[in-house]
Ligand binder design. Structure first.
Ligand SMILES: [Zn+2]
Length: 367
């Protein structure tokens, strides 16, 4: 072959190989390794505020890819989950929590040049070895003040299975209304950026796939309210129906009430006989899914699931404080009582290891 012909063939090969390599690198999205303080990492993820219009509703195709990514993650195929998540602008981070033997998977949205999450679709943390079959959900960060910090705190201290943090303020898209049931305090419908009241979200799909994958898992949706209503905490299973004292909602309300009453405060349950049906979460789409509603957007669930798979916790400001006579710790103690740990051999080993957060031997109590 003449030198010129050889050179042009070489250029041709390079010209084909480079685009192929680029394609391959798109399809192969590695798990991003990271270690450090997971609590600080989750606090640092920016959440755009009211009126920012930072939430971009996903298309049906994007929801389908996301569903596959979440399913792969909970089925123990993180490499596949990372590749799928990459197609909807998410990275899958394998996070080693410093000072512990624990590893968490974090689905974190990529950001623009200004550091803002691309489409405001939220942050999702999962561990296959969660000690408690509990999925903490924070659908209203910023608006329900302190609930993001509370959710992160409870998730890590309880060593729960999962945590979901909404990607924006509930009214980020202030004039774009959800087609789903319910009315916001201003008399307008809920907004599409409100993940508790719009069912076409990554938040909802993550919730659904986790409930499907783990039959013991219970979702706990953390909220805040402030009114003259004489209860500091109101628990609900997403319906107003009365249940017996053994119901999860009533047990959590009782566990909170036992800790609030010494301070002259009280907790109630929408599912206890005689309790007024207010702030019961009946239009919450995550609750409707857990309770088998045939139309998450427009139909109340006919009845609560048995056993209950969804709880909503409405909290007055005192319970949403990091510290104080009544605080996040009060909620932590009540949840630890109602949700016993699921034993795993490696967790028992870690529980014996001194100096790890959540383990005996530190000032922080072990749960
Ligand atoms: Zn709320």
């Amino acid at each position: 072959m003449a030198p010129d012909a050889r050179r042009s063939r070489a250029f041709l090969l390079v010209g084909v190989a480079i685009p192929l390599l680029a394609l391959a690198s798109c399809a192969f999205a590695p798990l991003l390794p990271r270690s450090g303080d997971l609590e600080a990492y989750l606090h640092e993820i920016p959440i755009p505020g009211r009126g920012s219009y930072a939430f971009v509703p996903p298309t049906e195709a994007e929801l389908a890819v996301w569903r596959q990514a979440v399913a792969a993650l909970v089925q123990g195929r993180p490499a596949r989950a990372a590749a799928l998540a990459s197609r909807v602008d998410y990275d899958l981070v394998r996070f080693r929590y410093a000072g512990t033997a624990r590893t968490y998977f974090v689905l974190v949205e990529r950001r623009d040049a200004g550091g803002r999450p691309l489409k405001g679709r939220g942050t999702y943390v999962y561990t296959p070895r969660g000690l408690r079959a509990l999925h903490l959900q924070v659908p209203h960060p910023l608006y329900d003040r302190e609930t993001r910090g509370e959710g992160i705190f409870l998730f890590l201290r309880l060593r729960a299975a999962a945590l979901s943090l909404a990607g924006t303020h509930r009214n980020a898209n202030e004039t774009e209304y959800s087609p789903c049931d319910g009315t916001f305090l201003d008399g307008n419908p809920y907004r599409i950026s409100d993940v508790a009241h719009f069912d076409k979200t990554f938040f909802e799909v993550f919730h659904e796939e986790l409930l499907r994958a783990d039959p013991q898992l219970v979702a706990l949706s953390l909220h805040g309210f402030s009114s003259a209503f004489p209860y500091t905490a109101i628990v609900s299973n997403g319906t107003p129906q009365d249940r017996g004292p053994g119901s999860l909602a009533n047990r959590l309300a009782d566990a909170l009430d036992a800790r609030l009453s010494p301070h002259g405060l009280q907790a109630g349950s929408c599912n206890a006989a005689g309790f007024p049906d207010t702030l019961c979460g009946t239009t919450n789409v995550q609750g409707r899914f857990a309770n088998g509603s045939p139309d998450l957007c427009r139909r109340d669930a006919p009845r609560a699931a048995t056993p209950e798979r969804f709880l909503q916790l409405e909290q007055q400001p005192p319970l949403r404080r990091p510290s104080g006579s009544v605080s996040w710790e009060t909620v932590l103690e009540a949840l630890a009582e109602v949700f016993p740990p699921r034993p795993y051999p490696s967790d028992r080993e870690e529980a014996r290891a001194p100096g790890t957060p959540g383990a005996p031997g530190r000032s922080q109590r072990a749960w």
